[in-house]
Design a protein around this ligand. Structure first.
Ligand code: 1GP
Length: 241
């Protein structure tokens, strides 16, 4: 059933905050998956996102099929490439990197994805993806060959996010990049949120409960965390305290 987006809207209308745990198929070792998923299921997570900037062929499909055995939570693709699209997931974030000027990541890869998507029964959620400067170069920057938006130019970030919404994107994602030195500043989250009617996703560099709550308090509807769980699974329990 194609209900992941409606489910997100319903949660938000009930003033609940959402948390996606990001799993990178290249980093997740099969032998730790079961224990990891057990902790995830007992945590405050509401979604599982799967994706990475560079992932070996088929690794995503194999992982997502496995994940579905362990969890009832929606599994959403957050792909770095067309090869990461699989029917085993519940939905796909159809990401357009609107902060950059690389046509491949604005529309090119999307065109290539269509021949695959046509044959799949996957919920496709158009998502405006904005890379925000975090203090060091991230893999999104390297892979996409785009520059992140300056943290100083808040109005430009707000206008870019709003342009995404006006183009019909159903989600806006502010990304500091995986393992970012600094998460997206709360001031930016709050200004962007004030302009948007669609849900706001924030991710990259969030490693503490305080940072998570700061993102929520400033207007993030859904926060994505990957590295902090990869580095230490005790973070699942930490968030329950
Ligand atoms: C990366 O926003 C996600 O695309 C999550 O980042 O790995 O730093 O939590 P972290």
């Amino acid at each position: 059933m194609k209900s992941t987006y409606n489910h997100i809207l319903r949660f938000i209308s009930e003033e609940k905050k959402l948390l996606a745990v990001l799993i990178d198929p290249d980093k997740m070792k099969p032998e730790v998956l079961s224990g990891f998923m057990q902790k995830l299921n007992q945590s405050i997570a509401t979604h599982v996102f799967v994706g990475g900037s560079t992932v070996a062929n088929n690794a995503t499909e194999i992982l997502v099929a496995e994940l579905k055995k362990y969890t009832q939570l929606p599994v959403v693709l957050f792909p770095g490439d067309v090869s990461q699209i699989t029917n085993h997931a519940d939905a796909l974030l159809f990401l357009s990197l609107i902060s950059g000027d690389n046509p491949d990541y604005l529309i090119g890869k999307h065109i290539k994805a269509v021949s695959k998507l046509r044959d799949l029964d996957l919920e496709v959620i158009p998502t405006g993806y904005l890379l925000i400067e975090n203090g060091r170069q991230t893999s999104v920057e390297k892979v996409t060959q785009t520059q992140p938006l300056s943290r100083e130019n808040v109005q430009y970030i707000v206008d870019t996010a709003k342009a995404g919404e006006l183009l019909g994107m159903k989600l806006i994602y502010l990304e500091a990049g995986s393992g970012a030195l600094q998460p997206v500043p709360t001031e930016i989250i709050s200004f962007v949120k004030q302009e948007l009617s669609v849900p706001l996703i924030v991710g990259g560099g969030i490693r503490t409960k305080q940072q998570l709550n700061a993102a929520y308090d400033s207007g993030a509807d859904l926060v994505v965390i990957g590295t902090a769980f990869e580095d230490d699974e005790a973070f699942f329990e930490e968030l329950l305290k």
